[in-house]
Design a protein around this ligand. Structure first.
Ligand code: URA
Length: 267
């Protein structure tokens, strides 16, 4: 949005008290940029120290619009986006993408409606897989967690046809041969065996395309349903299907450690 347009929009706005989809309040902008508290930002604004696009702003409810240039006593203040970390219980029948050219449902429909920065999924679940899907706007963390080098553990609950023999379990532990390469060894726990099918928890640390399905398929036990129960330190718990929640500070700290600990080991 150009400057002239921005200032027109701002003039027309009747001193808003809340952020809008257009922008955020100037005091919040300054606080998020780490300049000062929101209260002190109001004081600085009232004192005439803050300018937007070169014009001194004294109205406390002023919005900073996309493309605006803010400075305090002549020092430019770049926006720092609030970090957002979410976990979604992705349902089956939903694409792990922000847009689908074929018009299928995407995770965007399930994101909270409140105004928040744009987030991206950390990794991908198949259309027909449900469970833990992390989303964030922290690009650095997302890249680290998706990088094969860091091998974050992911646990899936699979309903498979038939029952696993001790030999099948050994092959999963040793690494099943897939079309392109041998998968790394997986941890397996048989949860229950029923007539014609079994429920198995499997933990892998790679992120190959349709990996779990292909591993069981290679053993002659096609997957009937697949749910990701855990991604690193973040578990599904009792989060309802299609629901999203913020990660706890503890989970965020633990995720931050995943990459770093692994980094120490592998480099
Ligand atoms: N493995 C699969 O086969 N599918 C997924 O969605 C995730 C892991």
């Amino acid at each position: 949005m150009g400057r002239e347009m921005n200032s027109n929009v701002r003039r027309r706005a009747p001193k808003p008290k809340q952020d809008t989809s257009e922008g955020i309040r100037l005091n919040k902008y300054l606080a998020q940029a780490g300049i000062t508290s929101r209260r002190n930002a109001d004081y600085m604004i009232a004192q005439g120290k803050v300018r937007i696009n070169g014009r001194t702003v004294r109205e406390l409810g002023t919005l900073v619009l996309p493309g605006d240039k803010v400075d305090v006593s002549g020092t430019a203040i770049a926006p720092i986006e609030e970090r957002v970390y979410l976990v979604m219980h992705k349902p089956i029948g939903v694409m792990t993408t922000l847009r689908d050219p074929q018009g299928r449902r995407t995770i965007v429909e399930l994101l909270p409606k409140k105004k928040m920065p744009r987030v991206v999924p950390i990794g991908r679940l198949d259309f027909d897989t449900a469970g833990v899907l992390l989303l964030t706007n922290d690009g650095e963390l997302a890249n680290r967690l998706m990088h094969p080098r860091f091998g974050v553990d992911k646990t899936y609950r699979a309903t498979i046809a038939g029952r696993l023999s001790p030999e099948d379990v050994k092959r999963l532990n040793d690494g099943v041969m897939l079309e392109e390469a041998q998968a790394a060894g997986a941890k397996v726990r048989v949860v229950s065996v029923r007539a014609g099918y079994s429920v198995v928890d499997i933990t892998v640390h790679e992120g190959r395309n349709r990996q779990v399905r292909r591993m069981f398929e290679a053993l002659g036990h096609p997957v009937q349903t697949l749910v990701r129960l855990r991604f690193g330190p973040v578990s599904l718990g009792d989060l309802g299907v299609g629901r999203t929640r913020d990660l706890t500070p503890r989970e965020i700290a633990a995720l931050g450690r995943v990459g770093r600990v692994e980094e120490g080991r592998t480099t």
